[in-house]
Design a binder for this molecule. Sequence first.
Ligand code: HEM
Length: 173
Amino acid sequence: MKGIIAICLKNMIKDNYSIEKWNEILELSDIDPYIIINAVQDFDDDIILKMVDSTCKVLNISLEQAADAFGEYWMKTFAPKIYEVYFREVESAKDFILKMNKVHSSVTSNIPNAKPPKFKYEWKDDRTLVIEYISHRNLIDIMIGLIRGVGKYFDEELKVRKLSDTKAEVVFP
Ligand code: HEM
């Protein structure tokens, strides 16, 4: 997975908690504290998953809470600066969410054999969208945290709930 995910996690922990907590997370994950994370290169999935697991342990929070904190930070603080282009001319949470296949294939297009997550959309009614999460990584909680972050970015009260390990429902206001 792209190193940018780990950089965002590190910034979130530094801003919301402290650099000491980040160092504890690295230590618990058996990662060299002097590691240099390269944003554009591919980073071993196992390392990122370990970091997420250690984040929950060190901060004593659930995966869902960690995912919500990450999603909010990614959407409100991190991505608008780094990936400003994808925020241009998008006016609602719905439009943003529906663009996610294009965004993920575009941001990973320079990585040979990249496997970005894919999303299938199915409207239940004009406000209720079921999103199927297609990825080998099993990170639907992160997807849900990110979708909640999209709602926060656009200041819309989205109701997001997990239906299964591969599906989530979003109700737009
Ligand atoms: C500007 C907005 C966004 C950008 C630029 C972006 C970019 C990325 C990148 C670069 C990765 C690593 C992918 C890889 O290396 O294979 C990633 C992972 C991921 N993204 Fe996004 N993302 C954005 C928003 C979202 C949103 C709103 C969602 C929720 C639908 C989402 C869901 C995920 C998930 C679940 C992963 C983890 C990888 C996996 O499960 O396979 N992203 N994203």
